[in-house]
Design a protein around this ligand. Structure first.
Ligand SMILES: [Zn+2]
Ligand SMILES: [Zn+2]
Length: 354
């Protein structure tokens, strides 16, 4: 068409003029649709609804069909809106205006989103609607096929949504910075905050079963024959996290294949030692700069699963965030700074190429 020679101003005006033309066509189409609806074409042609009929006959998606049919129905008793459409006011604006009992010209100062907000503001919420929005609340947690990832979706009534939103925003805002000084983006912080809120004031009674096979174990000095059960998709990092401060149950299989339970439900850190470490660290997170007293956990500086001892020198108090998120999930390594003994973090080593 050789548009490159046309001025930007003219292109813009042409675009607007075409949109007005489209609105005039919509105005005619709404009249036609109304008449066809009166003749019950949908039922006569074996369609479940006028929306379905429009989608098939005009070859448009259900959302476009729904928009046309709803605009038609909502303007049947609003001749002034049909006139506005015929004068070139957009279908979106007419649809938004149809929710408000007012002359269309009065809201010209608002854009279409503004009209929709205004309509929402004036909409009356009846008690039955409120009951419905409470009954319709839902939350679905869906694991991926290999359970390595969860998807969450749901819906909430207005008040519950605001409560959850406020709690998540506050919890996300109060997460400390990462050791590298960044804070993570908003969605990541909110997801982390959600987990933190669910953890509760005490660490969950995570329980790991350790299977020790005496035959393999004895032959290899304990290097083989040990199997840990922590769910199907826990990687090495998750394993370290769960072994670091949790309850462990050891089950041994003897030479003749019998199962023998011992050390039933042992905390990896005995309660008395735990209290001693908490006391030594002043009952706060030992991470340099963090004063959190919230959900404190005991971390093994040399991992329990790598032979780190459960002695106070190897143990340190960390808040849930510094322990679970920074250390075990993001892979920072806490260490005691040689000068002042405060806990700092070494950044994670890059994973070797596979
Ligand atoms: Zn730990
Ligand atoms: Zn902390």
């Amino acid at each position: 068409m050789g548009l490159e020679r046309v001025s930007t101003d003219l292109l813009e005006r042409q675009l607007v003029a075409n949109r007005e033309l489209e609105a005039r066509l919509h105005a005619v189409n709404l009249e036609i649709l109304e008449e066809l609806d009166r003749r019950q074409v949908a039922a006569l042609d074996g369609c479940r609804s006028l929306v379905e009929w429009v989608a098939s006959r005009l070859d448009v998606g259900p959302e476009t069909a729904r928009k046309l049919v709803s605009a038609m129905k909502r303007t049947v008793d609003r001749p002034e809106l049909r006139r506005a459409l015929a004068d070139g006011v957009s279908l979106d604006r007419v649809e938004a205006l149809s929710w408000i009992e007012e002359e269309p010209g009065r809201l010209e100062h608002l854009d279409v989103s503004g009209v929709r907000r205004e309509a929402a503001l004036r909409r009356r919420v009846t008690p039955p609607e409120e009951h419905r929005s409470v009954r319709d609340r839902f939350l679905v947690l869906q694991p991926s096929l290999d359970e390595s990832w969860w998807r969450i979706r749901g819906g909430l009534d207005a008040v519950s949504g605001a409560v959850v939103d406020t709690a998540l925003t506050e919890a996300a805002d109060s997460l400390p910075s990462l050791p590298d000084g960044t804070r993570g983006d908003g969605p990541w912080r909110r997801a982390t905050a959600l987990v933190e809120l669910c953890v509760g004031s005490e660490p969950p009674p995570a329980q790991v079963t350790v299977f020790v096979d005496a035959r393999h174990g004895a032959a290899t000095g304990g290097e083989a024959g040990t199997v840990l059960e922590v769910g199907p998709r826990a990687g090495r990092l998750a394993l370290h996290a769960v072994l670091c401060d949790s309850t462990v149950e050891v089950t041994a299989r003897t030479e003749d294949g019998r199962y023998m339970e011992y050390g039933r439900r042992v905390r990896t850190t005995p309660p008395a030692l735990r209290r001693a470490v908490l006391h030594r660290d002043g009952g706060v997170c030992a991470a340099d700069g963090c004063r959190s007293r919230y959900r404190l956990q005991i971390h093994h500086l040399v991992p329990w699963s790598e032979g780190g001892t459960t002695e106070s020198d190897n143990l340190v108090t960390l808040c849930w965030y510094h322990h679970q998120v920074v250390t075990h999930q993001l892979g920072y390594t806490p260490y005691r700074h040689p000068d002042h003994g405060r806990i700092r973090f070494r950044p994670p080593r890059r994973a070797p190429p596979e």
